[in-house]
Design a protein around this ligand. Structure first.
Ligand SMILES: [Zn+2]
Length: 329
């Protein structure tokens, strides 16, 4: 499953290929990938054909493309009055891409044979030296594409990371908090809401309403780096600890981003079709029974534990991330 750095890699790749181009035609090869678009494939294609892609925006793992020049016919899922004259500065509609477990967005030339799990093909207006097709490929069909409305953000800040940030957010993403890579992320707001919850720290880090984009892998890495146990109660967490774990999450995600994303799923490839690669070593995740690197550097021997957590696993060092007596799970 792609984590935030992979989705950001996709966003950066995609925006350089699609920004400013018009969608000239749409082929829906498998309607199951449009099941989140309630009005079906014809409505989906009818709204996209002729639309211009303005940008690619990301908040957490949500990715969307604001569109200009959408027809928005009556009865469409897109609200009335959302037809955007070319002169209007604010788009009202966006194409949402939900990558799910195995969704891929590939730029391809028309001569490239269809991928085995090709679901949707968008043809784009010609652009010098750029592939003509944007393909959505998805083996497990948990992902999909759909159209959504853009609504004003709660705080008046940009909807997410973008080339030309607008104070608009895709409706489906409006319930999630900003992610740690977002320059508008507010630590004060995060800490206040964290203290108000009676839960464990890792559960809070995975709560998209509190902070978005931190998945299981990065939560374990951030907790290890901050020397905090996943069951630390949030209502008594000190400010310095909260700051340390947030900074740690930002650091591990920034490192992964610099390495082109950290993919653990061989199905995942980035927007250019090249496999996402992973060449940095993790410190906690997947290291059950292996020595803690920090303890080893201090001349101690401590082996990482794997424990069941929310139907997944948590990896911790029993020495430098001691279990709290009053832990919450
Ligand atoms: Zn350790």
């Amino acid at each position: 499953m792609p984590e935030l750095p992979e989705v950001e890699v996709v966003r950066r790749g995609l925006v350089s290929w699609v920004r400013g181009r018009t969608i000239t035609s749409v082929d829906v090869l498998d309607p199951r990938s449009l099941r989140r678009h309630a009005l079906g494939p014809e409505d989906f294609a009818g709204n996209l054909e002729g639309a211009r892609v303005l940008d690619v925006v990301r908040r957490g793992k949500f990715l969307w493309m604001p569109l200009a020049d959408t027809p928005a016919p009556s009865g469409s899922s897109v609200p009335s009055g959302s037809s955007v004259p070319s002169a209007a500065p604010s788009p009202a509609v966006a194409l949402m891409a939900h990558l799910g477990m195995s969704g891929q967005l590939l730029m391809q030339d028309p001569g490239v044979p269809d991928e085995k799990h090709l679901k949707v093909r968008l043809r784009l207006s010609p652009a010098e030296g750029m592939p003509e097709q944007l393909r959505f490929v998805d083996q497990r069909i948990f992902g999909g594409l759909f159209l959504t409305s853009l609504i004003p953000t709660d705080d008046g800040g940009p909807g997410g990371l973008a080339e030309t940030p607008l104070p608009l957010i895709a409706e489906e993403a409006s319930h999630i908090a900003r992610d740690p890579l977002d320059p508008y992320f507010s630590f004060e707001g995060f800490y206040r809401r964290l203290r108000a919850r009676k839960t464990g720290l890792k559960r809070a880090l995975l709560d998209q309403g509190l902070v978005s984009g931190i998945g299981n892998i990065y939560a374990d890495e951030a907790l290890w780096k901050a020397r905090l146990h996943y069951a630390r109660p949030t209502d008594t967490l000190r400010r310095a600890d909260a700051l340390r774990v947030l900074d740690a999450a930002r650091e591990v995600m920034t490192d992964a981003l610099a390495a082109g994303g950290t993919s653990f799923d061989s199905l995942y490839v980035n927007v250019n079709g090249a496999s996402g690669y992973f060449d940095r070593s993790l410190n906690a995740y997947g290291r059950e029974g292996l020595e803690c690197k920090r303890c080893a550097a201090a001349g101690r021997v401590s082996r990482l534990l794997r424990e069941q957590f929310m139907n997944r696993s948590s990896y911790t060092c029993p020495v430098c991330q001691p279990r709290p007596r009053n832990g919450r799970w």
